[in-house]
Design a protein around this ligand. Structure first.
Ligand code: HPA
Ligand code: ZN
Length: 319
């Protein structure tokens, strides 16, 4: 039985399995430019973050109705439960949908229909994190935040994702301040392909409470000291880093070095359909390729509950 854990870095759009993509395409009268599931799977070969994002944005066009978002989320929750997930904090990308004519109400209605029954059906408590696209202008992120105002009881935090290099956190300082004023927590992708300086900015300018990825922190000893002292959680995604070639082989993944430096490290799947595994598969890869033993894996699982935006009662029950 997989170790009980929380998943804190998971893009719901990145859980779209090829089979479901074809089912939704059929249902919505869309022809995908792939002859079948195998041909689509062959396209899952990436050279960097952008090469993945191109397919990720292309394929999410099959998501059109609330039911599509519900089916997507329900499929993730069922798989996550089988992998030991007891709590999931789930990213979604509103701008990737509103920009193609699918409104925010549709997205949130569909996602929450699955999330609202998740604890009863799957034993997984959930939270939703609204992500701004880093490669779009800051004013568009601000518009998105205002559009989300009627839905705030369903949203716990804001984050930022999409292409990183050339899009420093500083660009979003005002948007994150506005989100905090609305009572939202803040997390931020930083230091996946981008430099350690982006992690400093995420901490100091965006007031990020967790850093998503953050592996480039190893380039900067002063940053490691800061992250360790503050116990700022890192949501690390090993299979993702290898698939997107931020790390050349799992045997060279920096996760053990980050743990050795005293950081609060968690393990997550990012976009599991695209990267070859769900969260427990990531734990397994760390065991197989880096020799992490049961004690390390249990510590990583415990860290995931420590780092979660959980209410104290549920946190106590889960740790
Ligand atoms: N990095 C940045 N943006 C993303 C990712 C990621 O791993 N997945 C989905 N959007
Ligand atoms: Zn991510």
């Amino acid at each position: 039985m997989p170790i009980p854990k929380a998943e804190l870095h998971l893009h719901i759009e990145g859980t779209l399995e090829p089979e479901l993509a074809f089912t939704l395409a059929d249902r919505n009268g869309i022809t995908l430019p792939y002859s079948d599931v195998d041909a689509l799977r062959q396209a899952y070969s990436f050279t960097d973050l952008q090469s993945f994002l191109n397919l990720y944005y292309e394929l999410m066009d099959v998501l059109r109705t609330p039911r599509d978002f519900t089916d997507l989320t329900e499929a993730y929750l069922a798989r996550a439960a089988a992998q030991g997930v007891r709590h999931a904090e789930i990213f979604f990308d509103p701008q990737a949908h509103t920009s193609r004519g699918v409104d925010l109400d549709t997205v949130i209605e569909g996602l929450t229909a699955a999330l609202d029954t998740s604890l009863a059906r799957h034993g997984i408590s959930t939270a939703l994190i609204l992500c701004f696209l880093r490669d779009r202008p800051a004013h568009e992120a601000m518009d998105t935040l205002h559009q989300a105002r009627p839905h705030l009881d369903h949203i716990s935090a804001v984050g930022r994702d999409s292409a990183e290099v050339g899009h420093p956190p500083a660009k979003f300082t005002e948007v994150f301040a506005a989100a905090r004023d609305m009572g939202l927590r803040c997390v931020a992708h930083a230091g996946e392909e981008g430099p350690a300086s982006y992690i400093w900015q995420a901490l100091d300018l965006l007031k990020a409470e967790r850093i998503d990825h953050g592996i480039r922190a190893l380039d900067d000893p002063a940053l490691l000291t800061r992250l360790a002292a503050d116990q700022t959680p890192l949501t690390v995604c090993p299979l993702s880093n290898v698939r997107l070639r931020a790390v050349d082989h799992m045997a060279h993944h920096p996760l053990p070095a980050l743990m050795d430096a005293g950081l609060l490290v968690t393990v997550n799947s990012d976009d599991p359909s695209y990267f070859g595994g769900y969260v427990h598969d990531n734990f397994q890869a760390l065991h197989t390729h880096l020799g992490l033993d049961t004690e390390h894996l249990r510590r990583l699982a415990r860290n995931s509950f420590t780092a979660a935006f959980l209410d104290p009662d549920r946190k106590r029950a889960l740790i």
